[in-house]
Design a protein around this ligand. Sequence first.
Ligand SMILES: NC(=O)c1ccc[n+]([C@@H]2O[C@H](COP(=O)([O-])OP(=O)(O)OC[C@H]3O[C@@H](n4cnc5c(N)ncnc54)[C@H](OP(=O)(O)O)[C@@H]3O)[C@@H](O)[C@H]2O)c1
Length: 279
Amino acid sequence: MEKSQVIVTGATGSIGGAAVKSLLDKDIPVIMACRNIKKAASQRDVLIKQFPHSEIEIIELELNSLNSIKTFADIIKNQGFKVNKLLNNAGIICRDFSVNEDGFETTVAVNYIGPLYLTKLMIPLMEDDFNIVNTVSVTRGVSKLDECFFDLDKKKFSQLGTYGKAKYALFLSSLTLSENIKNGSVNLTDPGVVDSNMISMHRWFDPLADILFRPFCKSPEKGAIPAVNALMTTDEVQQIGNVMLFSGNKSKVVSMKHYDNPIREWLWKVTEARLGFIS
Ligand SMILES: NC(=O)c1ccc[n+]([C@@H]2O[C@H](COP(=O)([O-])OP(=O)(O)OC[C@H]3O[C@@H](n4cnc5c(N)ncnc54)[C@H](OP(=O)(O)O)[C@@H]3O)[C@@H](O)[C@H]2O)c1
């Protein structure tokens, strides 16, 4: 029987690359969903040497464009890929303010809008008992969402602040998404602080941080453990509708206090209105 495939976004990155390796090591076919096809192809060449019998597809995905996300989903549909898991791993911390072709600030687009739009397009294409894993961050804990979230301007934008808000929004909307689906599950992974490109702030203090901070960060392989655990979690462990948060080697059901957060309903409604189809 043909095996189901796992989509990994940002598979060219540190954690995404490590997650792909771990999946291939378990003999699971992977679709690398990446914005840089050349980079993905050279990574695939290396992986094939390490895992000669592996099945690795590469499909272009630019999360900063709703058009590109739609094209990606059309390829999955039209080429008949058999998918049962989606790891929304790609993410970005933007140094500067910019707005994309769809009118969203880039950090918000890549970390929040893009993964949700992709997920919504993928749900009808995935097999029953599918599993979606969204990548969040500790920064979500210090972030507050308000009406400005969808309409940031240069003054309201901040490098870490906006990233934290986007991750918090993804965290909260994952709960609502989970409530709205019947034939699959939604889970969260928090990689911890990982030695990757992402932790460069593109500021003067980067060289200092590289010496003082980087050595204490987790390796990408360790950062990928909760993502892979979340992807592999089974129905016996998880009740559909219960979102589990995976971090390190552990997992826990997301606390009810987050479900009770009044901002969750507002966030979903506005997201629905902006994307025009989430229900
Ligand atoms: N590193 C940490 O400490 C940390 C902590 C908490 C959460 N996280 C989360 O973990 C995930 C992976 O991060 P990482 O540390 O592995 O960072 P990374 O090495 O910088 O990887 C990020 C990945 O996202 C891709 N990406 C960025 N913008 C994209 C776009 N517009 N469209 C499509 N793909 C895009 C990158 O593609 P390119 O290769 O083309 O650049 C890369 O593959 C992110 O969601 C991040 O927020 C990381």
